[in-house]
Design a protein around this ligand. Structure first.
Ligand SMILES: [Zn+2]
Length: 191
């Protein structure tokens, strides 16, 4: 297994109003549980992209990368994830997912071409019917390749009955990797 997504230096959050306060944005789903240390906003389109990918994967685990910005406002750090980028070349199996060299090369090439200004904020993957948590392998991947303060893991189980149990966001807190929080979903009004 090889993942090389580390940026040279850990980025610092820049000052920006969060979705909901920023002009032309609105919160559509206020997750009921958040980290005190790092809020995670996900654009509705990025949520839809992960859901579509999960449906395509069916019983197989699929995954990809999360892109966007790292900001703060009134002393609160937050992530704004506006792109969920499917790693279509990753190898899927029923309970594991491997991002190999080919998948990573394809991802980096596409990212440079289409989203040169966005940060890699983390990764997502699906757990079809086995609920939202980080397995020991997931924790290994996250610690090894997504160890910076702004890195998150999102786990999606589209088969869970209740909406808040379908998506979990895991962030770095001062005490270590967090429990699965709920993302705050927002939309952008083009007007
Ligand atoms: Zn997993």
């Amino acid at each position: 297994m090889q993942i090389k997504v580390k940026e040279a230096d850990a980025p610092r959050p820049s000052l920006r109003l969060p979705p909901g306060e920023r002009p032309h944005t609105a919160i559509v789903e206020l997750g009921v549980l958040h980290s005190d240390e790092l809020l995670v906003y996900v654009h509705r389109e990025a949520m839809a992209s992960m859901a579509r990918h999960a449906q395509l994967g069916g019983a197989l685990e699929v995954g990809g990368f999360l892109l966007g910005g790292y900001y703060y406002s009134r002393g609160q750090r937050y992530l704004d994830i506006d792109v969920a980028f499917p790693a279509l070349e990753a190898k899927s199996e029923a309970i594991s997912l491997t991002f190999d060299k080919v998948a990573l090369k394809a991802f980096h090439k596409e990212r440079e071409r289409r989203f040169p200004s966005k940060l890699i904020l983390g990764w997502y993957h699906t757990h079809p019917r086995h609920s939202v948590f980080l397995s020991p392998d997931d924790v290994f991947i996250h610690k090894s390749f997504f160890s910076q303060a702004h890195h998150v893991a999102i786990v999606v189980d589209p088969y869970q009955q209740h909406r808040v149990e379908q998506v979990g966001v895991f962030v770095w807190e001062s005490t270590g990797l967090s429990q699965g929080y709920h993302p705050i979903v927002y939309e952008v009004d083009p007007a």
